[in-house]
Design a protein around this ligand. Sequence first.
Ligand SMILES: Nc1nc2c(ncn2[C@@H]2O[C@H](COP(=O)(O)OP(=O)(O)OP(=O)(O)O)[C@@H](O)[C@H]2O)c(=O)[nH]1
Ligand SMILES: [Mg+2]
Length: 333
Amino acid sequence: MTEGNFVDYVKIYVSSGKGGKGSTHLHREKFIEKGGPDGGDGGRGGHVILRGNKNLWTLFHLKFTKHVKAGHGGDGGSSRSTGHDGEDKIIEVPLGTVVKDQETEEILFEITEHGEEKIVARGGKGGLGNWHFRSATNQTPRYAQPGMPPEEHDVILELKVLADVGLVGFPNAGKSTLLSVLTSAKPKIADYPFTTLKPNLGIVAYRDFQSFVMADIPGIIEGAAEGKGLGHYFLRHIERNSTLLFLVPADADDIKKEYDILLDELRRYNPELLDKERLLVISKSDMLDAELQAEMKVLLDRDFQQIPYLFISSVAQQGLQELKDTLWKMLNS
Ligand SMILES: Nc1nc2c(ncn2[C@@H]2O[C@H](COP(=O)(O)OP(=O)(O)OP(=O)(O)O)[C@@H](O)[C@H]2O)c(=O)[nH]1
Ligand SMILES: [Mg+2]
């Protein structure tokens, strides 16, 4: 899919630098007729490296990048001096970028963390200088290793953002906490309403090379659609999410009522939001004992016949795998 500024597929030819040659230099000095070998090693060729950057959300910045070439390593010199390493080239990519070899279509790796670096074309090793090849039978070797050749191939970068999950809940429901345990995002978390003032996004890594984006938005309150609280400023951020995850904390007075208020605010803001798939989680379930949870289930089964619900606790790490599995199924159905 390539739509406007949203680019999630690019092909780039990457080539590393070749390694520098080892030197065959023989030491020469006044009055020393036959100096020993002193040729230094060649430098390593530059790598082409991919680096995760959490501030990037598409591959748009690479749309016109066709080639990326790293620098060659320098040759070894006399007096055992080592050649310089070739310059590395860094390609910044959004989290969730999957890298494939174009020819074999094999997945090489995925970048999921901010600052994570992986080599996509390894620089050739520098050759060893003749100095290393001295032996009892040959004190003045006149050979040295050549540098290793560069690596070059076409790679495909693909952004695996299949769909998004938007978190919907009252202030203090535990949305940011959930994002912080499912992704490497570090949103601000605190025990007061409106801690989150602008959306946070994180990538949820799912099993092998899969992932999806989760968006944490500021809490919604009654009247939000008319601009109460942070108003509809933030509701637009969930318009693009394909699945909405409603969070109602276990200690809410009336779960059904809270859910209905949330739903009503969404409807009043944009009725199309109700076409999205919905999942309800009862957050902070660590506050419930088994008996209380069983009682609650009876009510939930009565009140929520249309939409699935789960009990989770971010703090106690309960129900999180089931949550991810359920979301994954919803996103891919
Ligand atoms: N016991 C318990 N407390 C939790 C859990 N998750 C979050 N909390 C607490 O609930 C409070 C609010 O958490 P946040 O994640 O900031 O809530 P939020 O929904 O992002 O709040 P806003 O950004 O204000 O909308 C914090 O004090 C959290 O420590 C949980 O699973 N169990
Ligand atoms: Mg928050």
